[in-house]
Ligand binder design. Structure first.
Ligand SMILES: [Cu+2]
Length: 182
């Protein structure tokens, strides 16, 4: 192929891309005030987290601790295999989720959780997210993530036998990790 043909082909591809991207941008703008009904702008994805008992240390551990989710709506299921616990100073107000609610074992959405029932939290301070997990339970909640980046999450319930040192609270990957939004 001659150089001029190459140039022509590249120019054609570039022109097609400009048209495609431009059209996408226009349609994204056009959806405006109704993103919930627009399949092109709201992705829905799913994230499954488990709090399991580490077979070696015997300590509760989030699996996975480091994970990636796309922007948009993320429907999270958190299965807690740890024992029921009582965190008397729990703030226990659900924040940062869609509706500021969570469901516990398939319940209707609740905005507050009984401190007597809280074994662990899933908290992302940068995003204002706080959800509360009773032990031996499955909670579900939806996140609406509009910022990309890496966000540290924590369990804020001092759930280790020795407080904040050692596993699980003091060892990354047990009760803390990184959520990457892409
Ligand atoms: Cu914990």
């Amino acid at each position: 192929m001659k150089d001029s043909d190459w140039f022509g082909a590249v120019a054609l591809i570039a022109a097609v891309l400009v048209v495609l991207v431009g059209g996408w941008a226009l349609s994204a703008q056009g959806s405006g005030s109704a993103p919930a009904t627009s399949a092109t702008t709201t992705s829905v994805s799913y994230l499954n987290l488990t709090i399991a008992i580490n077979a070696t240390t015997g300590m509760p551990q989030y699996l996975p601790a480091n994970f990636s989710v796309p922007r948009g709506e993320v429907k999270v299921t958190l299965t807690d295999e740890d024992l029921v616990a009582n965190w008397s100073t729990c703030p226990c107000q659900v924040t940062g989720t869609v509706g500021n609610t969570e469901s516990i074992n398939g319940s209707a959405p609740v905005s507050a959780v009984n401190p007597m029932d809280v074994a662990h939290t899933f908290s992302v301070p940068q995003l204002g997210i706080n959800v509360y997990s009773p032990g031996q339970s499955t909670i579900t909640f939806t996140l609406s993530l509009d910022r990309t980046g890496q966000f540290s999450w924590f369990c804020e319930d001092p759930c280790g036998a020795d407080g904040l040192t050692g596993a699980p609270m003091g060892v990354p990957g047990y009760m803390s990790g990184t959520m990457t939004v892409f």
